[in-house]
Design a protein around this ligand. Sequence first.
Ligand code: B4P
Length: 190
Amino acid sequence: MRIVLLGAPGSGKGTQAALLVRELDLPHISTGEVLRAAVKSDTLLGRKAKAVMDRGELVPDEVMLGLMDERLSQPDVQDGFILDGYPRNLAQAGALDELLERLGQPVDEALQIDVDQESVIRRIANRARREGRSDDSEEVARNRMKIYDEQTAPVVDYYAGKGVLSRVLGEGAVDEVFRRIRGVLQIRSR
Ligand code: B4P
């Protein structure tokens, strides 16, 4: 199964992806995590990405596409994957479709997690206290929300147009949200 998780920054994509990975035994591809690991190891990609991420902006499409091309060509994703944080704009969505068409692996499900803007600002502020991520300050989080509204929200309509979109409410406890996702994907509890 090939699943794309969509939602605003802090909507819980990474949190729910971790639960889905356990349930479905599929590889988790988080572009945010790949970028944070590159920053931590101070690679060329990490140096390019750090300043952009610290402003809450999107890393350039050609960088992201190269990264996805490499990752989705690896053997462990041939039976499916959970993609979290990509695509983040219409150009990335189109490029992903082309890439997956070439690999003969179209997206089966695009799952949008809907959360109120003030809840995500609160969650990000909590994470800032816990983890100290450099893009989690309130000012940067608000910029990420603005970029989400302008560039990422249209991706939801893109998948709706392809007939593969489902939406779940992301408010409430983590396991409550997961139960809704399980229902939408019709996964039976193990
Ligand atoms: P991401 O790592 O994707 O960051 P995110 O959107 O903040 O995370 P997510 O929605 O996964 O939230 P989480 O589960 O952690 O991206 C970071 C940056 O990388 C971007 O701003 C951009 O610069 C760059 N980037 C990534 N992909 C890119 C791309 N494709 N193109 C260009 N640039 C890209 O949850 C947030 C917090 O809420 C956590 O602390 C969690 O514990 C908490 N939480 C989760 N569910 C909850 C619930 N139900 N109740 C209460 N708290 C909850």
